[in-house]
Design a protein around this ligand. Structure first.
Ligand SMILES: [Zn+2]
Length: 340
């Protein structure tokens, strides 16, 4: 086993990679989880078309994508007045903002990985429209679109959906990343894409306008970045062709994830976009997608244990070169579609 530290240029921190020389990737079992389990409609699901939500509102009989304000928001506008702490050593501030839910499909048992490229493109258009309207709202400082997928990351409802957090403050990770983009003498993401493609071992798939790779400095074994080649601060600034080719690359990556273990692959997926409190401050920001799958192999989770949680240093025991090879070695056609 070898250990090395690799520099994470977007976070300006080290990641320790341990590569096990003699372990083989999980070879799989012949048992295939039912590709599409459960019913396409669940009368008890608050995201299915026509059902009532906790707020008492009824979902329309939507057919494609459906967006609504979260009934259990982490942030709300207007923010409640905060209580000043008794001791002024402590700091407190408002936590106002807007939270929305994006239902990807009316199909309760669907998933983004099993949606078509055209449906994935429609989702990217929704991300773009939602971002554009939220960025125009003077009370919004940052727009974070994300998906938690799988019970292992705490998802209680399997209906395919993502979320939008648009707080009135800039999320710390995004602010740090934006400052790092601005500090870089040469365009940071373009350098990263060029370096990944020059090496080639960690690239999973690419086309003229987008590329997906397991980054050299991955913090999770199967982590991947999906990056449009054009530098844009926000997803709505991508043109028609760039959106379509981004959809092609994202769709193929998600299919390969599911094909690895022939089951729905859990992940945390985040759309990184520029802060919008003063977007002109961050012209170098390169919007992109980061995907952090929590599993090392089926049934074996990567825990954020003492070293990750306590001192913020990630230990990744999946060699990025090997993990990208695993992803390239499986079919780009979803197993559910092969099985019919
Ligand atoms: Zn549902």
């Amino acid at each position: 086993m070898t250990w090395e530290r690799r520099w994470h240029p977007l976070r300006e921190e080290w990641v320790t990679i341990t590569s096990h020389r003699n372990t083989r990737p999980w070879s799989g079992s012949d048992e295939i989880e039912a590709a599409v389990s459960g019913e396409s409609f669940d009368s008890g699901c608050y995201l299915c078309p026509g059902n009532s939500r906790i707020s008492g509102e009824q979902n329309p009989d939507y057919e494609g994508i459906y967006v609504f304000d979260n009934d259990h928001p982490s942030f709300g506008l207007p923010a409640a007045d905060v209580q000043p702490p008794a001791d002024d050593f402590f700091k407190v501030a408002t936590a106002g903002g807007i939270c929305r839910v994006i239902c990807y499909s009316p199909q309760h048992n669907g998933s983004l990985a099993r949606m078509s490229v055209a449906e994935t493109r429609a989702l990217i258009d929704t991300w773009a429209d939602e971002t554009e309207s939220l960025v125009a709202n003077p009370e919004v400082a940052s727009v974070l679109i994300f998906e938690n997928k799988g019970e292992v990351v705490g998802v209680s409802n399997n209906h395919p959906h993502g979320q939008i957090y648009a707080p009135g403050f800039v999320l710390d990770g995004i602010r740090r990343e934006a400052e790092i983009f601005e500090r870089s003498e040469r365009p940071l993401m373009s350098q990263l894409i060029a370096a990944e493609e020059a090496d080639g071992r960690r690239v999973v798939t690419s086309n003229d306008r987008a590329v997906a790779f397991v980054p050299y400095f991955a913090r999770f074994p199967y982590e991947a970045y999906v990056v449009p080649r054009q530098q844009r601060q926000f997803v709505y600034e991508l043109d028609d062709q760039a959106r379509t080719e981004l959809a092609v690359v994202l769709n193929e990556l998600l299919v390969r994830y599911d094909n690895l273990w022939r089951r729905d692959f859990p992940y945390m997926m985040l759309l990184h976009q520029s802060p919008c409190d003063s977007a002109e401050k961050y012209p170098a920001y390169h919007m992109h997608i980061q995907i952090h799958p929590p599993m090392r192999q089926p049934g074996l989770q990567k825990y954020l244990a003492s070293v990750e949680t306590g001192v913020g240093h990630f230990l990744n025991d999946g060699c990025p070169e090997d993990k990208a090879e695993e992803l390239r070695s499986v079919s780009p056609i979803h197993y559910a579609n092969i099985l019919g």
